[in-house]
Design a protein around this ligand. Structure first.
Ligand SMILES: Nc1ncnc2c1ncn2[C@@H]1O[C@H](COP(=O)(O)OP(=O)(O)OP(=O)(O)O)[C@@H](O)[C@H]1O
Ligand SMILES: [Mg+2]
Length: 274
């Protein structure tokens, strides 16, 4: 029951076993959908029961990615895991509550992708997360959403509105069921050529992490392959489909594995045995 005494459509206490992973950043184009699809397929290929909700009903990148994957299975007659998925309708009180209920019943993981803008359902989704992943590029433009820095010293002056929004989501969640949301800032599209900028962003992130309490993990490198896989709905984890892999693909798979490990999600066996 919610604090108001009405039925809570998102009452998590009834669905303790589905681990909810939400990809969220109101800044567009930071790699939410690309990382979400890789995480969903990575978990499913390890045998987890995975469901996905795409709350970006306009772009529907995650949904279309998985549709393309299902079409590849039919067209090429190959066996690929395709997580079940559905799309929101842009409203908090539209289809989302029932999708959330259905997809936290009998699944180990629910992966929710959200739009790169303020969205009512995405706000609710953030508060429902067990793991909240905010991908950001190594840029002070992206950083500005979560924290503001001094223009001379690059030291953090204050958290920005998005950190405050997540802070509020965490408070709401702690009140509701005493759970802590694991907020993870994922440094995405890393380009090691830009060492000075990387170091500055890194220092600012460390300061802000201590202040507002998120973890920082490495994400995907900047690689053309991540842009090319979409039409077939493949990921770098679909080893067989790649035949002989070049060195850069091997490195990319390794960074994917490291990203998955750093997310520190529950073991598939553990969620199924619970
Ligand atoms: N690691 C990467 N290397 C190269 N290109 C990438 C990488 N990650 C994402 N991209 C590309 O960057 C663009 C934005 O990625 P994506 O759609 O995943 O971001 P998003 O945060 O979901 O965007 P939006 O806020 O618009 O939903 C896409 O063209 C995608 O192919
Ligand atoms: Mg997206």
């Amino acid at each position: 029951m919610s604090e108001t005494g009405t039925e809570a459509p998102h009452d998590r206490t009834q669905v303790p076993r589905t681990h909810v992973i939400v990809f969220a950043n109101e800044k567009g184009g930071t790699g939410k959908s690309t990382t979400a699809v890789h995480v969903a397929i990575g978990l499913a290929s390890k045998g987890a029961r995975v469901a996905c909700i795409d709350l970006d009903h306009r772009q529907r990148t995650l949904g279309r990615y998985l549709d393309n994957r299902a079409a590849t299975v039919t067209r090429a007659a190959i066996d690929l895991v395709v997580p079940v998925h559905a799309t929101g309708d842009g409203r908090a009180d539209g289809v989302f509550p029932s999708l959330y209920r259905d997809f936290t019943d009998g699944y180990d993981f629910l992966v929710i992708d959200t739009p790169g803008r303020d969205d009512p359902a995405a706000r609710i989704a953030a508060a429902l997360a067990d793991t909240l992943v905010t991908p950001m590029n190594d840029s002070f433009v992206d950083f500005d959403l979560i924290g503001q820095v001094d223009p001379e010293t690059y030291k953090v002056v204050r958290p920005s509105f998005y950190s405050e929004l997540i802070w509020d989501a965490r408070k709401a969640r702690a009140r509701e069921d005493g759970t802590t949301i694991d907020w993870v800032v994922l440094r995405n599209r890393l380009q090691y050529l830009e060492a000075r900028n990387m170091r500055r962003v890194s220092e600012a992130l460390d300061q802000l992490a201590r202040r507002v309490g998120f973890r920082i993990i490495p994400g995907l490198g900047e690689r053309v392959i991540y842009r090319e896989l979409f039409p077939k709905g493949l990921t770098l984890l679909d080893a067989k489909e790649f035949g002989g892999m070049g060195l850069s693909h091997v490195a990319a798979r390794q960074e994917l594995r490291e990203m998955m490990a750093a997310l520190a999600l529950p073991d598939v066996g553990a969620t199924q045995a619970a």
